[in-house]
Structures are given as C-alpha cells and as structure tokens.
Design a protein around this ligand. Structure first.
Ligand code: SGN
Ligand code: CA
Length: 504
C-alpha cells in the first residue's frame, strides 16, 4: 500500500498522465491477476482508511473518523487473525494510526513516525526509535525483503504489509528520479481553473495547487536565480534532515530548472500552469520509487517460487487530485479521491487479465484475506470478500450496486466540510453538513468531471429522491447515524441552535 497514490497515476488504469509516467511493476500485478476498475474508499483520509483496511469496518464503527485520533490497537484486525492461525505477520512503513503498532498483533514491525519523512526518516521499532539514513521508499522495501528473506520462519505461511509514505506530500523524489520527468509536459486537466460555481463546499476548500501549495515545501522552488534557498516552507524539517551530500545532490539536479523559472518571472495563469507541471513531475517521480519497490518484491517472489501461492495486492490509502478542480490532496467524495487503485494477483485463483467492474470498497480487504485463507468472516465486518467478484470475472447477483461514503475531518487541514453520500454506477448524491448545509447531485454519464451540481434541476428531482432513499437505506445498513439524518433539513449549526433553544 502506498499513501495518496491516484489511480490516474497507475498506467494499468490507462490515463494520459500515466502513459507519460508508467508504472510497469504495478501493472504486472494487474496483468498477472485482476484490476478493479471501480475501487473506492469509505472516507478519503489516511488514518480512517487504514483502520478500515485492517478491520473491514466503516469509520463510524471502528471509531477512527479523523486523522490524529488513536486507533485502539487491541481491536480485531485481519493480520492478527492470521497470526493466530499460524501465519507470520509483519508491517513495514507507514502506520499512522497512533505512535506505534505495539499491541496490534504484528510479529515484526518497523514503522515511520507519524506521516513519515522521505529522507532520513525517524523509524520506530519494538526496540525504540531513531533516525535512519536513506530514502523512505527504499528503506521500507529493504526492511521488507530482509524480513522475507532472512527473518521470518520459512516453514510458515506469512502476511506482510508494506506501506510506503510516497507519493504523499511533500512529494520529494529519490535523487535518482529527481530529474526523470522535468522535461515532460503533462496534460492539464480541463477543470484546472475551476471556479466552483454552484458548489459552496468546493469553493471553501484550501487545497488549490496555485493558491495553497507552499512554493518551497511542496513545489521545491527556490528564492532566486543562483540560489538554492527554498521559498516558503512551512515545515522545514523535511529538507533540514537531509545530509549535506543529499542536499547537494538534490540542488545540483533541480538548480537549472529552478533558475529557469525564476528567470522567467512567471505570474498568474502562466505560473499556475508551471506549478501544475512541477507538481506532476515531482509527484510522479516519487511514484517511480514505489513502482521499483513493487518490482523488487515481485522479483523476489518469482525467484523463490512463492509467487505461485501468494496473494499480492497493491492499493493506496485513498486517491488524490492531480490538478482536477485545481487541487492536490483528497478528502472530497468527487471521483479522483473517492477512487483508489486496486490490483491483485493470485495464480490459480484469479485469472490473468481479469477486469472487475463491480464496485468494491476498502471494507472488502479484510474479508478477502480471511476468505482466501479459509477462515470464517466475522460478523463485525461490513465488507464482502473480493473472491466473489474475481471468481470467473463476474459478480454475484446480490453484490452491492451502490457505495456509501462519509468524510468527517472538519475543521481540519484543507478545510473540506464533513459530508456523506452515495454513488451508483451513474449518479452521485452528496450532503455537506456542519457550518454549511448543501446537497450536490451529479450525473456522471454527462458530467464526469463533476462541474455541474444539478441539485435544483427540476428534471433531476425524481432521481434525486430515489438517491435519497438509497442513502437512508445505506446509512441504516451500515449503522451510520453520524451527521444529520437524510431527511433532516437542518445543518448541524442550525441544529445546535435549535437544541440550545429547546434546552432554554
Ligand atoms: C499532512 C499534509 C496534508 C495532508 C494530511 C493528511 N501536510 O498534514 O496536506 O492532507 O497530512 O494526509 S504535510 O505537508 O505536512 O504533509 S493523510 O494521507 O495522512 O491523510
Ligand atoms: Ca493518505
């Protein structure tokens, strides 16, 4: 699993961007097995998503609704369940569910502290913590291969979670990839200069590439021609922890490109377009190291013959905006961050080249692993085994048709209002609540980039009423009573006032 890897940046999904920056090793998994064409998260944020992946539950059930909360490590999770059945289990890389995975049941673990740093990260192990020199993606891969090769008991089955920090903000590539895409012109999304008409929550966000990214920290821009001093960097530690040698190598590779943009002295639209290109060429270069990591692990499995009898899954904790609506980050239920890449191979069980159309969600991972391991699927799990949809390529008749989503973290970073919603194969209905109270409705067949909120369109009211009915059902099915009820016309603020009045 990686962090914030947009499906648009996985070439197996076929986007134009990914054709310019392919991911051959992740694609190998899709070729060997299945690609899930409609893979979604339940809450597009790191911590909640990871807790969902481990427990098979929606955020309101496992209780980890927002980043910064503490995951209860004693809670049931599928790696521990496998461990109790004789599997060796290990976790390397990003955890981000609280200080350490102590008590979560892993047989071995080495994790990045909190969000993790790209260069010379703090690593927490059962023995303590310390700074380790190296590039995070490579370190996590090295730890994983060391464990696979030397540390685990070769006579036992195993489950290993390899969780990269990349391509999460602040998008720092490995030195060897830093220049890889500097000369590539990536296609600019048609809605890069979105004005958010008719979408008050989208208008209120703070995740715009040309308005909210920090020029030093995120875009790695320098002060002036000839200088390697970074522009505004709200969190200087990411660069400060590089060794002088690493920093010199970094500067040597970006200096000419930075000097050129400083010399050009761009403004307005031109600068915004340049920033899109810089964001893309850095983000996609961090993906290169992730793809190499996947390749190293696949090579190892093939060399040892274990690929024959191992389920390999690649996914991300959520999707990400690559300039759509002018954005980076995630959180919204709009397509690019609602979706998350998902590919899975298991020779003999998943036919090569399987393309799964059925809608799947990250609540489905835990039951999938239990199912393939021949263990019962406990009834706290809210998802379903993906074995059912990869079998012979078709989904059973009673497979879900619609997916449910709920995002909570507001107030919070990037100012995305809390919202819940439903997505069918064609439509999307969302409700933003809290200090705003706004419904949005999209017909994805005619408006795939979600630019026209048709909530007030008279011709859409029948469909909207049907979708509200589905939302009521989904909230009941998944036992979610957080946020205002579907038929409650009041925003939470209005509700607060009403309750205060009633109390008075
Ligand atoms: C950090 C990022 C934010 C990001 C959150 C959550 N800033 O705070 O941009 O939205 O993480 O990301 S950073 O520059 O400090 O990285 S998540 O993947 O953990 O949910
Ligand atoms: Ca993330």
């Amino acid at each position: 699993m990686s962090d914030d890897h947009a499906y648009q940046a996985v070439s197996a999904y076929g986007s134009e961007i990914s054709r310019l920056a392919p991911t051959p090793n992740i694609d190998r998994i899709a070729r060997n097995g299945a690609i899930f064409l409609n893979s979604y998260v339940t809450n597009s944020l790191c911590g909640p998503s990871r807790a969902t992946m481990l427990t098979g539950q929606f955020s309101h059930m496992h209780g980890f609704t927002k980043n910064g909360q503490r995951f209860d490590n004693s809670m049931w999770n599928w790696p521990r369940a496998l461990g109790q059945q004789g599997y060796e289990t290990a976790l390397f890389g990003k955890w981000h569910l609280n200080y350490s995975p102590e008590g979560a049941g892993f047989g071995a673990w080495k994790v990045l502290d909190d969000q993790g740093k790209y260069y010379n990260p703090d690593i927490i192990t059962p023995e303590g913590r310390g700074v380790v020199e190296g590039y995070a993606t490579d370190l996590v891969t090295d730890y994983s291969l060391e464990w696979l090769e030397e540390e685990r008991d070769p006579d036992k089955p195993f489950a290993i979670l390899i969780h990269h920090k990349a391509p999460h903000r602040n998008f720092m590539p490995a030195i060897r990839h830093l220049q890889k895409y500097l000369g590539t012109e990536f296609p600019v999304p048609t809605n890069y200069f979105d004005h958010y008409d008719g979408r008050p929550a989208a208008a209120a966000q703070e995740m715009n590439i040309y308005e909210d990214m920090y020029e030093g920290h995120d875009l790695h821009m320098t002060e002036e021609v000839g200088s390697s001093e970074l522009r505004f960097d709200r969190w200087p530690d990411d660069f400060a922890r590089m060794t002088p040698e690493q920093r010199a190598a970094w500067d040597a590779r970006l200096q000419a490109n930075n000097d050129a943009v400083n010399k050009a002295d761009l403004h307005g639209r031109d600068l915004a377009l340049w920033k899109y290109q810089r964001y893309m060429n850095q983000y996609l270069a961090t993906v290169s190291a992730v793809d190499e990591s996947v390749g190293r692990v696949l090579d190892w499995l093939e060399r040892t013959g274990l690929d024959e009898n191992t389920i390999v899954v690649y996914t991300s904790d959520q999707g990400f905006y690559l300039g759509e609506h002018g954005w980076f980050d995630k959180r919204f239920m709009y397509e690019e961050s609602l979706r998350t890449p998902l590919v899975m191979q298991y020779p003999g069980h998943i036919a090569p080249g399987t393309r799964v159309e059925a809608p799947v969600q990250n609540v489905d991972y835990a039951p999938t692993f239990l199912d393939f391991a021949g263990l019962p699927i406990r009834d706290t799990i809210q998802g379903r085994s993906l074995r059912e949809v990869v079998d012979d390529g078709g989904a059973p008749a009673d497979w879900r048709e619609d997916i449910y989503y709920h995002y909570y973290e507001y107030p919070g970073f990037h100012s995305v209002r809390a919202h819940y919603g439903v997505r069918t194969d064609r439509y999307k209905l969302m409700r933003f609540y809290g200090d705003i109270n706004a419904w949005e409705f999209y017909d994805l067949a005619t408006d795939p980039t979600e630019m026209h909120n048709r909530i007030d369109d008279p011709s859409a009211q029948d469909v909207i009423a049907e979708l509200k009915g589905k939302l009521v059902e989904l909230r009941a099915q998944y036992k979610d009573s957080d946020g205002p009820a579907v038929d409650d016309p009041l925003s939470a603020v209005a509700k607060g006032k009403r309750d205060a009045q009633a109390a008075a």
